[in-house]
Design a protein around this ligand. Structure first.
Ligand code: G1P
Length: 286
């Protein structure tokens, strides 16, 4: 059994109802942030962190995600014969076996989605990335977590401060002893009722977990919203295994909401030398 984090689970079965009608016929993870689909950013973040196997937990209507990372034979053949460069396709190429998929047949919650990958994850630590959450940092968020994990082991999850009136929308941690960006976790609660959150440190959707969390999820116990919650399964392991939160250094954009999606586009555009001047000029004129 390896202690290195080699596998990452991407729950991508969600319907994306907050972005309708855009997501009626297009998977939300395929919506573009500038000129790359959202899923590309999460996969790039995982690759940067040393992940070797991407496990997509998909659902009906999500086949385009798998096609995107496959070889586009007709496209590549016609581009090659026209003498065009294939460089732009490079990030969407996967090595044989780099991408594995499993279906979540019913939308029973995030914990259930992760549990659907249990046979592929097997008996080793793994990462979970929620692609809706675009995490921009240098190094990337998961690479920051891996660095922390190499020091403390166990389970390491990203945490971010949000205004106290926002905590009811997220998983929230009860922090213990803090050392720089690392904080011990004493407890966790999914979507606490307003005014009851143990802190304003929320879970923005990047996790390094030990395989025992899958055993916790076996019970299929439901929590907030009647769903099987990953937060609840993690909370049950606190005390049995080391659990730390790492305060991610960088920016988070919730691309599952229209405003977050537009801001993410602007944030990426303003970092791109080729398009930033035009975007800046437009914004300055508003
Ligand atoms: C999920 C998690 C929650 C986390 C959030 C981040 O909630 O259950 O703990 O804080 O993602 O986006 P959801 O947004 O699916 O309700």
């Amino acid at each position: 059994m390896s202690n290195r984090v080699r596998k990452a689970v991407f729950p991508v079965a969600g319907l994306g109802t907050r972005l309708l009608p855009a997501t009626k016929a297009v998977a939300k993870e395929m919506l573009t942030i500038v000129d790359r689909p959202l899923i590309q950013y999460a996969v790039d973040e995982a690759r940067e962190a040393g992940i070797e196997q991407m496990i997509f937990v998909t659902g009906r209507g999500k086949t385009s995600l798998v096609d995107y990372f496959d070889v586009a034979f007709e496209l590549e053949t016609s581009m090659r014969s026209a003498g065009k460069s294939l460089d732009a396709l490079e990030p969407s190429r996967t090595r044989f076996g780099e991408l594995v998929t499993v279906r979540q047949q019913q939308p029973l919650g995030l914990g259930h989605a992760v549990w659907c990958a249990r046979e592929i994850v097997g008996d080793e630590p793994f990462a979970v990335l929620l692609p809706d959450e675009l995490m921009l940092g240098r190094p990337g968020c998961l690479a920051q977590l891996v660095e922390a994990y190499e020091m403390v082991g166990g389970n390491v999850v990203a945490a971010l401060e949000v205004p106290p009136d926002q905590t009811h929308k997220y998983g929230v941690i009860d922090p213990g002893a803090t050392d720089g960006r690392l904080t011990e976790i004493r407890g966790m609660v999914e979507k606490p009722s307003p005014g009851t959150a143990p802190s304003n440190l929320m879970l923005p959707g990047r996790y390094i977990l030990q395989p025992e969390v899958m055993r916790q999820l076996d019970s299929q116990e439901t929590g907030a919203g009647g769903e099987i919650q990953l937060t609840d399964a993690m909370a049950r392991l606190i005390g049995e295994q080391p659990f730390h939160a790492y305060k991610f250094e960088g920016a988070r954009h919730d691309c599952g909401s229209a405003a977050g999606f537009v801001i993410a586009n602007l944030a990426i555009a303003l970092e791109r030398d080729d398009i930033a001047p035009k975007v800046r000029e437009y914004l300055a004129g508003r």
